[in-house]
Design a protein around this ligand. Sequence first.
Ligand SMILES: Nc1nc2c(ncn2[C@@H]2O[C@@H]3COP(=O)(O)O[C@H]4[C@@H](O)[C@H](n5cnc6c(=O)[nH]c(N)nc65)O[C@@H]4COP(=O)(O)O[C@H]3[C@H]2O)c(=O)[nH]1
Length: 549
Amino acid sequence: MTSLTNLPRFNKILPHAAIALLITVAITIFFVYQQIEARKKLQYSHLTLKAQQLSAWLDTNFSIINNVLMEVEPLTADTCDSEMLFELRSLMFNVAPVVEIGMVNSAGELICTSWQRHHNAIKVNPPPDQYGLRFVGPLNVEYMQQPAFVLARTLRDGSEVNALVRIRWLKNQLKNYASELGFTALIDSDTGNPIVTNGLYSRPKPATHLPIDFDLIIQAYFQNNREQIAVYSPLTTLPKLSIVISDEKSILIDNDELISPTGFLVLFIIWLALTAVGYMLSNYLSDSRHQLKRALKRDEFINYYQPIVAHRDKKIMGVEVLMRWQHPVEGLKSPITFIPEAIATGYLNLMTSQQLAKCYTELKHLIDKDPDFIVTINISACHLLSQQAITEFIRYKTRIPGLVLEVTEDVLIDETNESIQHAFITLTQAGIQIAIDDFGTGYCGLSYLSQLPVTYLKADKSFIAAIGTDGMHTHVLEMIVDLAQKLELTVIAEGVETTEQLDYLTQLKIELHQGWLYSKALPAKVLLEQIEQRGFTLSIPASLHKKTA
Ligand SMILES: Nc1nc2c(ncn2[C@@H]2O[C@@H]3COP(=O)(O)O[C@H]4[C@@H](O)[C@H](n5cnc6c(=O)[nH]c(N)nc65)O[C@@H]4COP(=O)(O)O[C@H]3[C@H]2O)c(=O)[nH]1
């Protein structure tokens, strides 16, 4: 049974699916993080709003009380008469939370309240020399059996007018703003000490938020060992007091259902889309057509030149132009790896066109010195079927007089294709010489050899490699030499690697050699430097002599 992973396409898609999954997970994490932050911000602003509302409410009430206290004229003890008592009571009745308005003389004796005149003055704290509203409390009011606080003002004469406010009134209001597990409180802005609380009041540890000068949000572990979020908002009327509203983080910020079912569906679609895009993109990038097009655009195809040497005096008679691909990732690539693709994709003509232009620029100096300098270049059937290529070869013939086109036998014997035959005639009429590459490996009828104006037979390197090893192959080589003599063609021996091969080729009177014994294919710069230093004559390296001996 064929498993899924045995399917070649599945194997190709798998890495893309994995990468797409990673990207989708990253998107999900980002999305979830954004969601958490958004929820956090929402809850922060919700809590801040509540704290600001509460402190605004308290500020409004405190400023009403303040205004009432400011209406009271300084009194002496003697003026706490019934008229005054009436005035204090009517003021008190206008302000709901106030249960009593009292007057304290500068000696610190409560002498008059909205309820009664105290004939035996009650001793309290002397009024401080301080302008504006102040807060005192909490304190227990005996006659009410309830806790209360006092808002007071010192008057011009050093006496004090104050309002007694029930704590329950404030507590009820704090209750309206508190959640079940959180707390609300009125606290001292400097010390953080609670004055009125609802819920279990706690402080952050450490208490770095004190003193509270402006609205602030804290998310921290509190002394109750819970992670809490708290908003502190100082009162405008009494900045010494602040409102705080706090709740447990886990309750406040609900991280459930961060991704809805629709969200999961969207993520699944993103994953599928990324996989598909990755798969298609990698197909496109690895597509040979795209690769070759990009290489052409980036000018990555370069020329190497292998000398063709006259064996008698070791003079460089010419060069074969061999293409290389300077691949940005894979390095220098052999033509065998990309020429078939270039033919299949139709890019070879363009590549050869670039190659010819480079060849002319790089070898101009040699060609100008010796117009007979042979420059052989490999072509295929696609060149012979392109009028543009033929015109270009003819144009280059005027710049490179020694231009030789190398074709393999299979191209040459395609007698069914009239265009190819016609192209040969056009090219040779323009003076371009033809060499048959890898001669002896295919079938080339003698009639074609005699009909077509071929100049060179390049004996395939397999025949040269067989010298001294395989009798059959050396016989073919002898027959090639014989045929060339009869048809007055010149033989070029390809792939000459040893001095033994050299000796045998000399016996066979093969004049032109090409092979590593003389030189490998070289970049133009290296070839020109060598010719500059040693002239056109090559010497066989001593190391090779030893190797082949
Ligand atoms: N073992 C051995 N090999 C030797 C020796 N001397 C030269 N060679 C290699 O033999 C090949 C000769 O080229 P070819 O027969 O035209 O065969 C060429 C040719 O058919 C094709 N090719 C190369 N450049 C081009 C080009 O620019 N255009 C086209 N259409 N085909 C090209 O690719 C083939 C391979 O080219 P290269 O890899 O450059 O390989 C070259 C050359 O480097 C030697 O002593 N021993």
